[in-house]
Design a protein around this ligand. Structure first.
Ligand code: FAD
Ligand code: HEM
Length: 392
């Protein structure tokens, strides 16, 4: 423990920028002679989730619930980096950065109790098509039907108007747009399927691109759109305000048609918004009767570009059969535990299911990412039946 304090303090100058106080101060004020609170209790996850702000900041680590509202200001890594797991299970993220840190000893004074699953009876009364709110991004967790059942409001053959109900920033350059579906219909989208959204240029020309709905509910669906500096359609969508109309067509099946219990092992390679088709796939796979092993390798430029870090951390904590491995090309907080650079053969070898039967590798991301990954997969012995690139 002292080694950790010393090494953090040695880097104090660098850390000052992010945390006003040092770990040694924390140790003196909160650890020396601290004893666990006498009335530790079982805390439902739903209660933890309510404490997701800097004003009331709870975090689950290895099953224990800590109130780190006071500690956050002493954290050598700063407050911001922990916020994605405020009111959530931070174990996976914590281990990614510093498995060696002894949180039990450091956070003894912050221990509230131990997390328990929510009352199962409550879950039974929840609507069949359950949409689970997870901070900024809402992910629809019920499995979508195998074939698209396009509501009358949406057609693969015809452009239709959808009003923007809400828009929310999820990262510095990505927003989710909630689009209204008439008559409170809940649209069903195929797993890994997509829709097209159109933009009209100054010359009146209609151009369109593909987007993957990530959540649905009665009378709405959400798409998450990253803006590209020169991107025609993504720029157009980002200029939309609540009440504006977007034209959409679909849904369409992608290159990969999901069938339950088809594979026992999945390797998912995603870059940037390439994660979107995998959101529905992962939530669907994790509900299969025999849950397959799912390894997600998620490539981004830096920490701030990672979409849905909280959901990914929660899925990792909740499901033994799911794991996420982050690769950052330009990390802001380099760490031995987050892989750095561009995806390479060693990482694929380490994390993907080995070539064989009942396994599938799916690749989704910008064209350059797909071009980079496919030759690597082929060199490693994955044949065309074993992998699919989702390109729309
Ligand atoms: C099946 C499918 C599903 C998709 N789902 C989503 C989604 O849910 N959310 C989302 O934000 N996007 C998604 N995309 C990407 C989306 O369709 C567009 O390619 C993206 O919004 C850029 O379009 P644009 O018109 O703004 O850029 P363009 O005008 O086409 O391109 C402008 C510039 O941006 C670069 N560029 C274009 N696309 C990308 C990219 N994907 N990555 C990096 N650079 C790029 C081009 O090289 C060019 O320099 C999906 C794509 C497919 C094929
Ligand atoms: C789960 C969210 C967390 C993230 C993403 C995170 C991230 C980081 C990062 C990036 C650093 C390096 C800072 C630097 O050297 O400049 C760091 C250091 C540290 N963090 Fe965290 N942290 C998290 C939670 C916690 C918690 C809850 C504790 C309390 C036990 C903690 C204790 C420490 C300690 C002791 C160090 C110094 C470690 C060392 O120097 O080896 N962290 N953290």
């Amino acid at each position: 423990f002292f080694f950790v304090v010393m090494s953090a303090e040695a880097r104090r100058g660098r850390n000052k920028r992010r945390s006003a106080k040092g770990l040694a101060d924390w140790y003196v004020s909160h650890c020396k002679g601290a004893r666990p609170a006498p009335n530790l209790r079982k805390i439902p996850m739903s209660e933890v989730m309510e404490h997701n702000t800097e004003e009331s900041f709870w975090m689950v680590l290895k099953g224990a619930v800590y109130d780190i509202t006071a500690f956050q200001h002493y954290h050598p890594g700063g407050v911001e980096i922990m916020l994605p797991v405020a009111g959530a299970d931070g174990t996976s993220l914590f281990n990614q950065y510093h498995k060696w840190v002894n949180e039990e000893s450091l956070l003894q004074a912050c221990l509230l109790g131990y997390v328990v699953k929510d009352d199962p009876d409550k879950a039974k009364t929840a609507p069949a098509f359950l949409a689970k709110s997870m901070g900024e991004v809402q992910v629809t967790t019920a499995s979508a039907p195998l074939k698209p059942t396009a509501p009358a409001a949406m057609s693969p053959a015809q452009w239709k108007d959808f009003r923007v109900l809400k828009k929310t920033y999820v990262t510095h350059d990505t927003q989710t747009f909630r689009l209204q579906v008439p008559n409170d219909v809940t649209p069903h989208f195929p797993v890994c399927g997509h829709i097209k959204i159109a933009a009209t240029t100054e010359d009146g020309e209609r151009i369109c691109r593909s987007y993957t709905p990530i959540a649905t509910g009665p009378g709405w669906f959400d798409v998450m759109v990253k803006v590209y500096p020169e991107g025609q359609v993504s720029q157009y969508i980002h200029t939309m305000d609540v009440g504006d109309i977007l034209q959409c067509k679909g849904p369409y099946l992608g290159e990969f048609e999901y069938e339950p219990n088809q594979y026992t092992r999945y390797g998912l390679l995603a870059a940037g918004t390439g994660i979107t088709p995998f959101v529905g796939l992962i939530t669907t796979l994790l509900q299969e009767i025999t849950v397959p092993q799912v390894e997600l390798i998620f490539c981004n430029k830096s920490e701030k570009d990672i979409l849905m870090p909280r959901e990914l951390a929660d899925w990792t904590a909740e499901h033994k059969s799911f794991a996420v491995h982050h690769i950052l090309s330009e990390p802001e907080c380099p760490s031995e535990l987050v892989m750095r650079g561009h995806i390479n053969k060693t990482q694929l070898l380490g994390y993907l299911p080995k070539p064989g039967e009942k396994m599938k590798v799916l690749v989704c991301g910008p064209p350059g990412f797909i071009k980079h990954c496919i030759p690597l997969l082929e060199e490693l012995g994955y044949t065309e039946e074993m992998y699919t690139a989702l390109q729309g």
